[in-house]
Ligand binder design. Structure first.
Ligand code: ADP
Ligand code: MG
Length: 499
């Protein structure tokens, strides 16, 4: 049985502040982690992108953290990139205010003045990238001697980026009685050594396998000519809406952004070679919808959370299956569905097939067909999928492809709309969903997401109906009660592009 945040032991002000942001049901990683952290244990958590790790460590940390004195923070969260540090701060700051605590993020690429000023006032929870933190320690602007809780977020990426020696030097300066929390997509290799050396008898939590990172994303592999990739990308963004496009190099990212602009797609680039200001502006343009496409390199996009990313394009194929998952995890976050397209040239075919094997992704590499995108596609782990999917009994073609009515300008006027349904009672079945939503029109398909290992429902799922029926269903069913729980119902993937 799942619990509420209050039952997990969090104080009222935090629970109320969460509710204001419509966060009421803990995600599995939060349910697993929060009680252990509150009890003072070291925790190492392996959980996929988008599973809610920030709150998993942030909530218990804010519950326990003491007030800091000048330049001596009490809790430290280490993150590999500036964007990630900033996002953690943004997510925790309103919650911190509710319990009268102060969170500040420090990272490179911006001036020292404001960061030093904040530290002088006293920062209870410091979010930092390792490089800038070491700079500020050296300049005696901060002392870690009172830090008794440390979080190492995205530890595997920290290792990939060569930050582990710095992380060790930093951990060595914190209180020896410290509680250490570590989160990572993988817990092997260098991360395992860090756990061995810096954690004591940690509680290990594994929320979902890495495969489920892209749980409801549909994956496509398009065989293309090298010189056609820009046009394909432009067409895809046009069709799908808000899209993150990955390139291998910084230079490639800049060039593609320019080329897409020329092709009439508002695009911005984000990579490590750009100033902090440029990156912040790019991210903002993309979040607000002013830019339809964000062109990014692997490192730059790590851990970034932007809502409602419709699709991810691998303009250059991912280096390996881990990168593929991290990139693809930018869409289909937190239960939303998304489309992932890899552009593959003839000579890349072999290595992409090898990567597919590592991914357990059984998808053909085939000629581009825009019509396949909306409803067809391959899921990771199929056919031994962790999805319980049931088609309704009325006759439909056996494939997942559905035809859409189209106007002359190519925008869809009807067609299936995916609804995201959350806060389901654990015992809810796809049949019950079908009956419930069937009151508002024909239900094409219902899906309830189950935990891959235990088979237990994760409490959310998807219903597909025509767009207009779906809108009625949202109006009628959002906030209605099923098995004593208030349902969340929203459009999972708006159709017809976006602003
Ligand atoms: P991760 O760090 O694991 O990649 P995040 O912590 O960034 O994931 O969370 C992904 C998104 O899910 C964020 O937008 C966050 O606000 C949202 N989220 C986290 N926990 C919950 C919850 N219990 N209910 C609803 N949304 C949540
Ligand atoms: Mg995170």
């Amino acid at each position: 049985m799942t619990s509420t945040f209050a039952q997990l032991g969090l104080p009222d002000p935090l629970v109320r502040s969460l509710a204001k942001h419509e966060i009421v049901v803990p995600f599995p990683v939060q349910e697993a982690t929060i009680p252990d952290v509150l009890a003072g244990r070291d925790v190492c958590g392996k959980a996929p992108t988008g599973s809610g790790k920030t709150l998993a460590f942030g909530l218990p940390l804010l519950t326990k953290v003491d007030k800091a004195t000048r330049q001596r923070p009490r809790a430290l969260i280490l993150a590999p990139t500036r964007e990630l540090a900033e996002q953690i701060k943004q997510e925790l700051a309103p919650l911190a205010r509710a319990v009268n605590r102060y969170v500040v993020a420090i990272y490179g690429g911006v001036g020292y003045g404001p960061q030093k000023g904040a530290l002088r006032k006293g920062v209870d929870v410091l979010v930092a990238t390792p490089g800038r933190l070491e700079d500020l320690i050296e300049q005696r602007s901060v002392d870690l001697g009172d830090v008794d809780t440390v979080v190492v977020d995205e530890a595997d990426r920290m290792a990939d980026m060569g930050f582990l020696p710095a992380v060790r030097r930093i951990l060595d300066q914190t209180s020896p009685k410290r509680q250490t929390l570590l989160f990572s997509a993988t817990l092997d290799g260098d991360v395992a050594v860090l756990i061995r050396d810096y954690q004591q008898n940690p509680a290990r939590h594994e929320a979902g396998t890495i495969e489920s990172e892209t749980i409801d994303a549909r994956h496509h592999f398009w065989l293309v000519q090298h010189h056609d990739r820009i046009q394909h990308t432009a067409d895809l963004v046009d069709e799908m809406g808000k899209t993150i496009v990955f390139t291998r190099t910084r230079h490639g990212a800049d060039r593609l952004a320019r080329q897409l602009d020329k092709a009439g797609i508002a695009a911005v680039a984000m990579h490590g070679g750009r100033s902090q200001n440029q990156r912040t502006r790019a991210l903002k343009a993309f979040s607000t919808g002013r830019a339809q496409a964000l062109i990014a390199t692997d490192v730059a996009a790590r851990g970034i959370h932007v809502d409602d990313v419709e699709s991810v394009i691998h303009f250059d194929p991912a280096g390996d299956h881990k990168d593929y998952l991290h990139r693809s995890g930018r869409t289909a976050r937190a239960g939303a569905s998304g489309t992932v397209v890899s552009l593959v040239t003839g000579e890349q075919r072999r290595s992409v097939q090898r990567m597919q094997t590592d991914l357990r992704l059984n998808a053909p590499i085939k000629e581009p067909r825009m019509e396949d995108l909306r409803n067809a596609g391959h899921r990771i782990g199929e056919p031994s999928s962790q999805l319980e999917t049931r088609r309704s009994s009325h006759k439909r073609p056996a494939t997942r492809t559905r035809t859409k009515a189209r106007t002359s300008n190519g925008h869809s006027t009807s067609g299936a709309q995916s609804l995201y349904v959350a806060n389901l009672p654990w015992e809810a079945t796809t049949d019950e969903l079908e009956t419930l939503f069937g009151r508002y029109g024909k239900v094409h398909e219902t899906t309830i997401i189950a935990h891959p290992r235990t088979g237990r429902s994760k409490g959310f799922g998807f219903v597909e109906m025509t767009a207009s029926d779906a809108r009625t269903a949202v109006r009628e069913l959002h906030g209605s009660v099923m098995g004593g729980r208030d349902l969340t119902v929203r459009l999972a993937r708006p159709k017809g592009g976006n602003t």
